[in-house]
Design a protein around this ligand. Sequence first.
Ligand code: SAH
Length: 362
Amino acid sequence: MSEGAAQRDLPARLARVIAMQGPISLTAWMGEANASYYSSRDPFGQGGDFITAPEISQMFGEMVGIWMADVWARAGRPERVLYVEPGPGRGTLARDALRVMARFGLVPVVHLVEPSPALRAVQAGAVPGAIWHDDLSSVPEDAPILLVANELLDALPVRQIVRAAAGWRERMVALAGEEGQTRFVPVAGSNPMDPAVRPQWRDAPEGTIIEICPAAAAVMGEIGGRLAAQGGAALVIDYGYGAPQTGSTLQALRNHAHADPFATPGEADLTCLVDFAAAAGAAAARGARVSGLSGQGAWLGSLGIEARAQALAKASPAHGEAVAAALHRLIAPEQMGELFKVLGLAGGDWPDGAGFAGTPPA
Ligand code: SAH
């Protein structure tokens, strides 16, 4: 079956599975829906479903490149270094960051982790010479890594646990409605999940939802272990929260608008807010050092994005307004400046990267 056909078939396939074996976990639902979504299209930019920071302006990738060049210089300029990016989208961030790094004499080997064949093809155009991997496990282990992941963790499948009358239950997806007019609906499953709930939330009111992201913990654990064993530094950037919270943050984005996450599996991007305390904890548990957690606006500001915006506007006055608008979108508190956060990690004998001074470790 072609990829397009497989994707159109996803709702029917999920309906068959549920009809035969009963409700499926929300984790399985989100994993299937996003795998199908990302493998079949290039969802980014004005014509797609959503726009990410590197697609808003080249300044974003440039600041990542400056951050990497700075921490590499302070680590003593090791000759062999790996640039590692899981979930590189269109390859725009890598292209912009690598261009800046080369100016500082830093030319790493580029390793991209991307399961989607459609996106690999797009990335090949932006980053010639890159090496691709299905997951982090095959990235070489013989050199320090400079890793960045932007909007990766939010796309990984979450597990939701809901407080039902009888206790905590895993949230599942079931079929409702008459035959021929069925729809997908979230329900509380039957397996008790009470042991998975933090003690302070055990007695939360009925209907309370708790999210856990085992896939994000696995990725962060691998990143933390690599940093500890190989040395290097990492940036994990996403929208999320610093202190643990309850409530469902599952959302679907289609054509830049919110959609029903259960209506069209595979046709919309499903995301959840990132639990940064859990993400940092998973990396630290494998030996990485947490350099800090900063709002995206403050972090970009401390790297010098405003001076870069002025220089770009001066070099090309016709684009001055567009540059100012992009800067505002990236750093203003009511835009991406505070909801989006930057987690810094370091490992081995590498120093902490810039931009986290004064921020309490997560
Ligand atoms: N970093 C890019 C793209 C963000 S979208 C940007 O900022 O524009 C999420 C990206 O993660 C896509 O490239 C998607 O294909 C990829 N992805 C989704 N699941 C993944 C997984 N399990 N491992 C690695 N990449 C994944």
